[in-house]
Design a protein around this ligand. Structure first.
Ligand SMILES: [Zn+2]
Ligand SMILES: [Zn+2]
Length: 155
């Protein structure tokens, strides 16, 4: 865990934080720029990028480094897992707590002292499942390689 640097409050940072905390969509910097511009019409994209870096370094937001997508940001700084749609790129939170036992197990199996871990699930979001089954015509549009029931029993 890195120490949190004291952070000067600016109007821009406040608005960025506020907007980010309103959504659960894990927006990209460009999307955050569009959201923030509604209340700060003169803000530049560069300023938004810079402030996102500063805020994530200070631990006030999280920068998500998910495979194969643009960098996204999360106002929820608690440890949690994400699931990403292979088709539309949507990213959602996975309900439930991260699994600390994974770190203990990997620590035993490797020579490393494990400090953290990142686990990303991928699949198809409800909307894409619907669209895919409509396209398929006969409602059995299970994408290849996705075992039935995976992630469906989470809640
Ligand atoms: Zn999707
Ligand atoms: Zn999240």
């Amino acid at each position: 865990m890195q120490a949190k640097a004291p952070l000067r409050k600016t109007k821009q940072r406040e608005v960025i934080l506020e907007e980010l905390n309103k959504v659960k969509t894990h927006p990209t910097a460009d999307e955050i720029y569009d959201m923030v511009r509604r209340s700060l019409p003169n803000i530049s994209l560069g300023t938004v990028y810079r402030n996102l870096e500063v805020l994530s370094e200070a631990g006030l937001i999280r920068k998500l480094d998910l495979a194969g997508t643009q960098k996204r940001f999360d106002g929820d700084t608690r440890e949690h897992y994400h699931v990403r749609c292979n088709r539309c790129g949507r990213v959602d939170d996975v309900p439930g707590e991260p699994i600390p036992a994974i770190e203990r197990a990997i620590g035993r199996m490797s020579d490393y002292v494990i400090e953290s871990h990142r686990l990303e699930f991928t699949g198809y979001c409800p909307e894409c499942q619907k669209e895919m089954s409509q396209m398929d015509g006969n409602s059995k549009a299970r994408p290849k390689g996705r075992p039935r029931g995976e992630l469906e029993s989470v809640d």
